[in-house]
Design a protein around this ligand. Structure first.
Ligand code: NAP
Length: 249
């Protein structure tokens, strides 16, 4: 019988990987990281990693019970809304503490030419009136939303190639994993004569350089706003998550 505290971290972000590494160092705590399995070669933090969906709220609730999870930390991407609502519901059903680690959204600063929209669909609707050559930095999951824009040209950056049978807009694929430097982003925008960027408001440093480059070059950014999050405890950084873990329950 182990009296170690079992912590499940829902991952898929750099913050989750870093949090798992630091949590593993705490005496008396056992960490399991969960990934959806979207990237082919994920950056894995702990040896104790499970991959794949749970099967909705019911599946996650069963998992928490079966695995005797004591604490659930949701460190998923701010746009991974479904799993966050599932996590809140499952933790409540089992009656265990639940925390969301959500890095702050980027904020518009002087010189930014942001056009804020609520969805990928809304971004696709406004694009034709704004520019002809677009830097599409939204990953691969929502590419099809832009596929009907056949008169535009897209530079599309993502970690893994689009899944087979997914409609892709016209343009060029760039398969790269961040972080990206300001020099890199500035050269990309200039080399491909980009007239607008489409980005989610993901927050964090790893992909922020494109915002600085856009500001410098006066390029508009179609900024997709974050989806709603469930109620619950929230922290903005890893240190605060660790403090919550040590004192919170
Ligand atoms: P989502 O729409 O919220 O989730 C869809 C389904 O994927 C969930 O219902 C769940 O399946 C499964 N899932 C998601 N995250 C999981 C996790 N950490 N462990 C186990 N199952 C998980 O999420 P998504 O937008 O597809 O994102 C999937 C993963 O990629 C997330 O872990 C997220 O952190 C990461 N990611 C997402 C984005 C983005 O922009 N959306 C960007 C970077 C990284 P079941 O219902 O079967 O449990």
């Amino acid at each position: 019988m182990s009296d170690r505290k079992r912590v499940l971290i829902l991952g898929g972000t750099g913050d989750a990987t870093a949090l798992a590494t630091r949590t593993t160092e705490i005496a008396g705590v056992e960490v399991i990281t969960s990934l959806a399995g979207r990237t082919r070669q994920p950056t894995v933090a702990s040896k104790n990693t499970r991959i794949g969906g749970f099967g909705g709220v019911a599946g996650l609730t069963d998992y928490l019970r079966d695995q005797k999870i004591d604490v659930l930390i949701d460190a998923t991407h701010p746009f991974a809304a479904q799993i966050s609502f599932h996590a809140a519901a499952a933790a409540a059903a089992v009656g265990i503490p639940h925390l969301m680690l959500i890095r702050p959204a980027w904020e518009r600063t002087e010189g930014d030419r942001w056009i804020e929209v609520d969805s990928h669909e809304a971004a696709a609707t406004v694009l034709p009136g704004i520019a002809q050559r677009i830097f599409l930095t939204i990953g691969r999951q929502e590419l099809a939303t832009f596929a009907h824009l056949q008169d535009l040209w897209f530079l599309m950056r993502m970690i893994d190639p689009p899944l087979p049978n997914v409609a892709v807009p016209p343009g060029k694929l760039l398969l790269k994993r961040g972080p990206f430097s300001l020099n890199n982003e500035r050269s990309l925008l200039q080399q491909y004569e980009i007239g607008a960027i489409v980005s989610k408001n993901s927050g964090g440093d790893a992909t922020y350089a494109k915002m600085i480059a856009a500001r410098e070059l006066g390029i508009p950014v179609i900024m997709i706003q974050r989806p709603p999050i469930p109620p619950g405890d929230i922290v903005a950084d890893i240190d605060s998550a660790l403090a919550w873990l040590l004192t919170g329950d």
